[in-house]
Design a protein around this ligand. Structure first.
Ligand SMILES: Cc1cc2nc3c(=O)[nH]c(=O)nc-3n(C[C@H](O)[C@H](O)[C@H](O)COP(=O)(O)OP(=O)(O)OC[C@H]3O[C@@H](n4cnc5c(N)ncnc54)[C@H](O)[C@@H]3O)c2cc1C
Length: 233
């Protein structure tokens, strides 16, 4: 199948992207790597009159230390995150989970910001952001604001970002040398995002891990949960 027709916009700045979002309202959507959005459009699970392509915006790309945190631009590809030496040293959990994301063609185009904004319950980066208490930076016509990961994800494919907000970057705390991280892959549940019960189980498991991380100086990041398969009602 092919997507329904849409107008394609390629703004030169993030401010222009925000302006286009505000101008076109509910009929507009940000396009980053397209690895989640385009399949949904192609299957006609979603429809937008305007797509605003932010993939080439340089100000949304990059990885740098900012104080005790590592800032990663929302437009940075998953491949770059997975290969970056600063990430490996400062936020090794991101390095560990990245190879689990799809396959390399997906990671070459898919972005960290796209994955987090999409908020798929089966996604690796949302789980890491929650587990490590990351901070999301967003921009809208009302200005910039920050959202803690615990306040950002509200459900399957749902966040507290307003429709006219653009995620510009994510800051991950840099844990000290006495901390550690680990991820375990449970291959059972790619369809995890279809069930709210599974989502809440996934989320509580992740949050439990986050609390354990603070007390035990180790991170438990269950980015897939092994739940028994259920028949649909
Ligand atoms: C075959 C396949 C397998 C995959 N397997 C996995 C997997 O195992 N694990 C995993 O985690 N992911 C997986 N993915 C998803 C992949 O990680 C996507 O790249 C990611 O979810 C979305 O990133 P994107 O840059 O492509 O975003 P897009 O598809 O362009 O956008 C996704 C959504 O986020 C919004 N958005 C994007 N960027 C921003 C922004 N900066 N501000 C505000 N809103 C924004 C868009 O409007 C859209 O609603 C898979 C995808 C495919 C096609």
């Amino acid at each position: 199948m092919k997507p329904a027709t849409f107008d394609y916009h390629r703004p030169d700045t993030v401010e222009d992207a925000v302006g286009l979002l505000a101008e076109h309202g509910d009929g507009a959507k940000i396009l980053a790597g397209g690895q989640s959005l385009i399949p949904m459009l192609s299957m006609r699970l979603a429809y937008f009159d305007h797509l605003i392509d932010i993939a080439r915006l340089r100000e949304l790309q990059g990885i740098e230390h900012r104080g005790q945190e590592l800032w990663i631009g929302a437009g940075t590809t998953e491949a770059k995150v997975g290969a970056d030496a600063q990430v490996r040293q400062a936020v090794p959990l991101l390095t560990r989970v990245t190879p689990f994301i799809g396959h390399f063609q997906i990671r070459n185009r898919g972005t960290l910001g796209g994955s987090i904004a999409h908020a798929d319950a089966a996604g690796e980066y949302p789980a890491v952001a929650l587990t490590l208490d990351a901070t999301m930076e967003v921009l809208s016509p009302r200005g910039r604001r920050e959202i803690a990961a615990a306040d950002f994800f509200t459900g399957v494919w749902e966040t507290t970002m307003a429709p006219d907000e653009v995620l510009t970057g994510v800051r991950f705390p840099v844990w000290n040398d006495r901390s550690g991280s680990r991820c375990t892959s449970f291959r059972a549940a790619m369809a995890i995002s279809r069930s709210p019960a599974r989502w809440s189980r996934w989320r509580s498991t992740t949050m439990t891990g986050s609390r354990a991380a603070r007390s035990a100086c180790s991170v438990w990041a269950p980015h897939r949960c092994a739940l028994p398969r259920r028949r649909r009602p």
